[in-house]
Design a protein around this ligand. Structure first.
Ligand code: ADP
Ligand code: MG
Length: 217
């Protein structure tokens, strides 16, 4: 089975960012409700504000995917007040440093880009896997992409596996005790609640799989 992977360009990255913005707006109340359980009830509004600003960026005014990714990252850092803004912002900024040229991506390029994005989030937030944060959705997704790349699979296949792994990672946060961010103030009482950031991160990976994978050939 083959998949047609669209070329990475400002136009295709913009489709991804706009799709994610729509998903976030549709689920803003759900994300805020999750944050009400173990945080301060603003994750949905934080992400909706940031992604609405990102979705308003005109792809025609960017010469490459990298330029748009960089601006998206800077926009999130400057428009989102909460912890999530600088973390998601760093993620997109790091992607822009790896996806330097437009064109058809390999699974290995996606693995390198997502790995850099994860490393940026970890450098900034110091969360490890198991700390009940968005890292728990992103890290297994990165591992899944790396595995597909090592097995010689396609970029589209890598993104499909990444989306599954991110959803599983999100679900696994329910049983975790938070050790980073506001939820860590609750200690044991954070157990039994799904992490809001892991939920929005799984949505980002799912959106990438939908928008960047193309149609089956
Ligand atoms: P705030 O906590 O400032 O209100 P948000 O509510 O927008 O910000 O985002 C909360 C989410 O951010 C958490 O659910 C968690 O996934 C993520 N998060 C918080 N701190 C960290 C950290 N140090 N490293 C990684 N992710 C974090
Ligand atoms: Mg919050």
């Amino acid at each position: 089975m083959g998949m047609l992977m669209p070329e990475i360009s400002a136009a295709t990255v913009s489709e991804w960012l706009k799709d994610y913005s729509e998903v976030i707006s549709e689920h803003a109340n759900e994300l805020t409700d999750l944050d009400r359980q173990i945080g301060d009830a603003d994750h949905g509004s934080n992400m909706a504000r940031g992604m609405t600003a990102v979705a308003a960026l005109d792809p025609n005014s960017f010469a490459s995917a990298a330029e748009l990714l960089k601006k998206a990252g800077m926009t999130l850092v400057s428009t989102v007040g909460g912890a999530s803004g600088p973390l998601y912002g760093t993620f997109f900024l790091r992607l822009s440093t790896v996806i330097k040229t437009d064109g058809e991506p390999t699974a290995q390029l996606l693995a390198d880009a997502l790995d850099a994005g994860l490393a940026g989030i970890v450098a900034r937030g110091k969360a490890e896997v198991g700390d009940k944060t968005l890292v728990d959705a992103l890290s297994p997704a990165v591992d899944a992409v790396k595995k597909v790349a090592a097995d010689g699979g396609s970029a589209a296949e890598a993104l499909a596996k990444a989306a599954e792994a991110a959803n599983e990672g999100r679900d696994a946060t329910i049983e975790m005790v938070a050790r980073r961010g506001r939820a860590s103030y609750l200690g044991e009482r954070s157990r039994g609640h799904q992490d809001p950031g892991a939920t929005s991160m799984a949505m980002l990976v799912g959106s990438a799989a939908r928008c960047l994978s193309g149609a089956e050939s």
